[in-house]
Design a protein around this ligand. Structure first.
Ligand code: NAP
Length: 506
């Protein structure tokens, strides 16, 4: 009998809706929750992707005078930041599910109340013990909250139901703290119940990297050291540090972005084909790549960090990093980092992976660019190919999500001149449906129990191993200056020039 794929429950085209469950957000009044989590929960409700028995439990320090005031705050967050249009009827239904509990993280009574509320949800909302705990809190508070969850027995649902925990980045600040945090989380929750957020993995274009590579015949045969000259992964921001001075000055670009987003993008670009698309198979392949990363022995030349000075951006004068509010004049924190990494596998032997990230760069863009080797032989006059560069495949993660292919084409005319042209695929033009926000996708995955897009322990630890070595090398050295509005310090340009290459100008 031929089964109807539309009725097959495994059919991934069917909307996936979680079972009745509660989402407990610790730090529900914080910046991340207001700008991303609450709007994403609203968007999920608006798309009909939350189960009828859903409950949002918010926990934070300030007393909002009951659910009513908190509901007002949450409503304004959804109105200001949700992706989909605000609909009063959708909000009203969602608002009925919101319970706000005030309490600090060392407040036993507050956590006892929370535990009791979760138990009561079975009779009040028909939720059979299923709950996810989202730790949207300062990293220093992770141990206190995890211990409270353990003390109150909330980590394992009494009488059945699943329990999961969502941990926000930064996941530690070096290898040792990451190992300690992993051990702490694992002592409270089982490994398969832990969801570590790297919101980049929730972006459609990042997932499209896998579709591009593994759903087509076109790219994979040339995705190796035989044809690839180098890979450039860029996450550039035009903004400065905004109001995050305290956090940023202790963190810097390498820990903030390189350790997680850029290394995850590298892993996805470089990994072997997974045996299937389940969480375990994909994570296994990513771990292999992150475990095979190497830094060149000459770090001085291949690990460059910079700090922006005053300059001009979009016609506006902007101040230098050390003149930003809350930043010490003597700060040596980097706002730019560029590094050359190797992947010690047969597929990638000898192919450099250049990673860079920075603030106050000319524009906001994130991309993975695969640069191919030049054709081994060109049967044209040298002058006809003077403007022919390397073929490139560029996956644009944001903005203008899509893929660009650059290759040589004949210039119209009587001569056989060949020059680079671009062929563009833009998400916005090819699909009528707009892409969900990363947090929509990730929250839904947590509630469904799909861990595919969440890095596991070992990935985090291998990433920190690389960052620790960079930090060790950089420690005590001053970052190179660069002018706000430039593409980073001159030393980063020299790093590629030394290898006979140039950074892309996205
Ligand atoms: N903001 C972002 O864009 C962003 C991006 C990526 C990752 N993250 C990560 O997400 C997490 C949250 O960041 P955030 O920017 O939202 O932080 P935040 O604005 O400082 O918010 C912290 C939240 O935790 C609560 N809180 C703090 N100490 C508490 C205590 N002792 N007892 C009870 N509640 C307490 C605060 O409650 P009150 O409001 O009542 O004080 C607030 O709701 C952090 O791990 C951060 O690294 C944030």
């Amino acid at each position: 009998m031929i089964s109807n794929p539309l009725r097959d429950p495994r059919d991934r085209r069917l909307p996936r809706v979680p079972e009745a469950c509660a989402l407990v957000v610790f730090g529900v009044t914080g910046d991340l929750s207001r700008k991303k989590l609450i709007p994403a929960i609203y968007d999920l409700a608006n798309r009909g992707l939350l189960p009828p028995g859903f409950c949002l439990l918010g926990y934070a320090r300030r007393d909002w005078g009951g659910d009513g005031d908190f509901e007002q705050l949450a409503r304004s967050c959804a109105q200001a930041h949700a992706r989909t249009p605000f609909r009063e009827d959708v909000w009203r239904r969602l608002a009925e599910t919101i319970i706000f509990l005030p309490g600090s993280f060392d407040d036993d009574e507050g956590f006892d109340t929370l535990a009791q509320t979760l138990l009561d949800l079975e009779s009040t909302h028909g939720i059979p013990g299923n709950a996810a705990f989202y730790l949207s809190i300062p990293p220093a508070a992770f141990p206190a909250v995890l211990k409270q969850i353990e003390r109150t027995g909330m980590a394992s649902g009494k009488g059945g139901g699943w329990r999961r925990v969502v941990v926000e980045k930064p996941f530690g600040h070096d290898l040792q703290s990451a190992v300690e945090l992993n051990a702490l989380v694992d002592s409270v929750f089982s490994a398969d119940a832990v969801y570590r957020i790297d919101h980049y993995l929730g972006k459609e274009t990042v997932q499209n990297l896998m579709a591009l590579r593994f759903a087509n015949t076109l790219f994979e045969p040339i995705w190796n050291s035989r044809y690839v000259d180098s890979v450039q992964i860029t996450m550039a921001e035009d903004v400065g540090i905004g109001t995050r001075a305290g956090f940023y000055d202790k963190t810097g670009a390498a820990r903030d972005v390189l350790q997680n987003h850029l290394l995850q993008l590298l892993a996805m670009a470089a990994m072997e084909e997974p045996v299937s698309f389940d969480a375990e198979s994909i994570r296994v392949e990513k771990v292999k790549i992150l475990g095979a990363l190497s830094l060149p022995p000459d770090s001085k030349r291949y690990a460059i960090r910079g700090q922006y000075e005053q300059g001009w951006l979009a016609g506006e004068r902007v101040r230098g990093y050390r003149d930003e509010e809350g930043i010490p004049k003597s700060s040596k924190t980097e706002t730019y980092a560029a590094v050359r990494l190797g992947v010690e596998t047969r597929r990638w032997a000898g192919v450099p992976f250049y990673l860079r990230t920075g603030k106050r760069l000319p524009r906001r863009t994130t991309e993975v660019a695969v640069i191919f080797k030049k054709a081994p032989h060109l049967p044209f006059a040298e002058t006809d190919t003077a403007e022919l560069g390397h073929n490139q495949l560029v996956v644009r993660v944001q903005p203008d999500e899509g893929v660009t292919m650059r290759f040589g084409s004949k210039v119209p005319g009587t001569a056989m001149e060949v020059r680079d042209v671009s062929m563009d695929f833009l998400y916005g033009e090819s699909f009528t449906e707009s892409s969900p926000e990363a947090y929509e996708r990730l929250i839904l995955d947590v509630l469904i129990g799909d861990a595919t897009l969440f890095p596991r322990n070992k990935e985090i630890e291998y990433s920190w191993r690389i960052i620790d070595r960079l930090e060790e090398f950089w420690s005590g050295r001053k970052p190179y200056p660069y002018r706000a509005g430039d593409w980073g310090p001159a030393e980063a340009e020299q790093m590629l020039a030394r290898d006979g290459r140039l950074w892309r100008r996205p």
